[in-house]
Write a protein that binds this ligand. Structure first.
Ligand code: TNX
Length: 519
């Protein structure tokens, strides 16, 4: 798959128009084969539902957006008109997306799905729940439904009932667009892929030593000069504010909230190279495109540093409808400890002043952040005194242990891409941990959620992203969504195997791990 030719929801030409449905793709999916595994699945024999050229999608006030999304998705491969209509009182046929009558257990993000011969009904309390239900529906259709060209069908959905809701409200995926720059279309394609697994946050690592990737009007050279290169010295790039808004809106339409990260006070060489006054010695360093870490720092003692940070946070906050803004804070080895604390004590309130909740890599616990701030644990140990103390004070912890959830780690010693400082991470390793008990002294209720970081030192394009994310991203997504009581590697790898034909149709370049019995 060429990284320039994308099959994102109509944004580009069909990539795999030539893919024919395989035997597996034409079979009826099993209600048990959904990833992440739902809370409760009750298959019903003789109740399969077939989508036909007469099928309509029924919506209510508040669910029309999800209806339009589902219709667009299904029209591509079925070729059916699938009109989106206002729901009648009682659903009698077609696919209904309703914000009434859901099982009370489903909360704000869950859904209830009923499939009978006559009709398919998704019920939820909020559009987010309907969106999750639609992703389940997508996985219950044959893999060929992912095709961007018309396929023969039949489009059968297995009969039964699913009642489903997430274990954690925050299920994140992180993408480093700083080390290597990815285009808007590449990011959108990744958004489509992760939404299939009910990931609801996309954390964009927008700045680092090697590149600044977001236009800041009050400091324009950050992007135009600081964004020009990437790792290896090849041309980088940046998102204009309009392009960033476009990514945010696209993600939103797929149930995903963008969390922008501006990494500081370390990981700032691109900024320091762009503006001499940000350096303590008033001298801009050369731009760097190697992959060293821990050598750069904003100048903690200068007033202009805080003018700079306030301007950047204000502009990024204004572009971002979501509640969170990530300030990095990791690996600030070039910042003396007391300076680091001084810096964070000045910067954390700036985030709050812009109406955002601060997130940061767990290094921020060294500065005793307010309990509203979310430290993101990225260590490889199963205990961390500072993080445990923060949890005790009331901070919720986002779990991204590097030796489990880092999608940029190699699968094994012969993996072509990736790093290995946190070890090799095969699919089973990515799956076999419990976010609710992984860190000693950090209990389930103190866990904010789970996130799978994807750093891009070695990743050049969307193919590389896909190869590292699939199939591990679905493993992490399941840890974030499904109850711990469902955790079972043998069952998981079977369900994961059923995703393979889907990825083939989507043109996802996934890693065919020998641990998974691919179909
Ligand atoms: C550590 S994890 C980093 C990143 C690197 C990554 C590579 C973290 C907060 N910082 O700067 O890209 O390792 O795996």
């Amino acid at each position: 798959l060429s990284s320039l030719v994308l099959s994102v929801g109509g944004a580009g030409p069909a990539v795999h128009a030539s893919v024919r449905p395989t035997a597996a793709a034409a079979q009826v999916a099993s209600m048990q084969d959904v990833v992440p595994v739902p809370v409760k699945v009750e298959p019903a024999t003789g109740a399969d539902h077939t989508i036909t050229s007469d099928t309509a999608i029924y919506t209510q006030t508040g669910s029309a957006g999800v209806g339009d999304y589902l219709a667009a998705l299904l029209r591509r491969s079925t070729g059916y008109p699938l009109p989106v209509k206002t729901a009648p009182g009682t659903p009698a046929d077609g696919i209904s997306l309703l914000l009434t009558g859901a099982d009370p257990s489903v909360g704000d993000q869950g859904y209830q799905l009923d499939v009978t011969t006559a009709a398919v009904v998704v019920r939820a309390n909020k559009p987010a729940g309907l969106f999750a239900g639609v992703q389940t529906l997508r996985q219950l259709l044959p893999a060929a439904v992912e095709s961007t060209s018309t396929q023969p069908g039949p489009w059968v959905i297995p009969g039964g009932r699913i009642v489903d809701y997430p274990r954690f409200a925050y299920r994140g995926s992180h993408l480093d667009v700083a080390r290597h720059f990815f285009t808007v279309d590449e990011v959108k394609r990744y958004v489509d892929e992760i939404s299939l697994y009910k990931v609801n946050y996309l954390h964009l690592h927008l700045t680092d030593d090697q590149g600044w990737r977001i236009q800041i009007n009050s400091w324009p050279r950050l992007a135009t000069y600081g964004g020009e290169l990437e790792v290896g010295g090849t041309p980088g790039g940046y998102y204009t504010q309009d392009q960033y808004r476009d990514i945010v809106a696209y993600a939103q339409s797929r149930g995903i909230t963008v969390v922008p990260e501006i990494d500081m006070p370390g990981h700032t060489n691109a900024a320091l190279a762009s503006y001499a006054e940000l350096n303590c010695n008033n001298t801009a360093p050369p731009r760097r495109t190697d992959i060293e870490v821990g050598y750069s720092s904003l100048c903690i003692s200068k007033d202009v540093t805080y003018k700079f940070v306030a301007d950047v946070i204000r502009e990024v906050a204004a572009l971002t409808p979501g509640p969170y803004l990530h300030i990095g804070g990791d690996e600030a080895s070039a910042t003396p400890q007391q300076d680091y604390i001084t810096f964070l004590n000045k910067v954390l309130p700036l985030v709050q002043q812009q109406g955002k909740i601060a997130m940061g890599w767990h290094d921020i616990v060294n500065a005793t952040p307010p309990t509203s701030a979310v430290p993101q644990y990225w260590g490889t140990e199963t205990s961390h005194g500072g993080v445990q103390a923060a949890a005790k004070r009331g901070n919720k912890i986002l779990m991204s242990p590097a030796n489990k959830s880092y999608l940029d780690m190699k699968y094994n010693s012969s993996t072509r891409l990736g790093l290995s400082w946190a070890g090799f991470i095969e699919v089973q390793t990515a799956y076999e941990w419990n976010p609710g008990s992984h860190l000693s002294g950090v209990t389930e209720s103190q866990v904010f959620g789970v996130e799978a970081p994807l750093w891009s030192e070695t990743l050049l394009n969307i193919d590389d992203i896909e190869f590292m994310a699939f199939p591990r991203l679905p493993a992490i997504a399941e840890l974030g969504w499904s109850p711990q009581s469902t955790h079972n590697w043998n069952a998981f790898r079977q369900r994961l195997a059923a995703q393979g034909p889907r990825w083939q149709v989507m043109g996802v370049d996934f890693y065919r791990s020998s641990q998974v019995p691919w179909k």
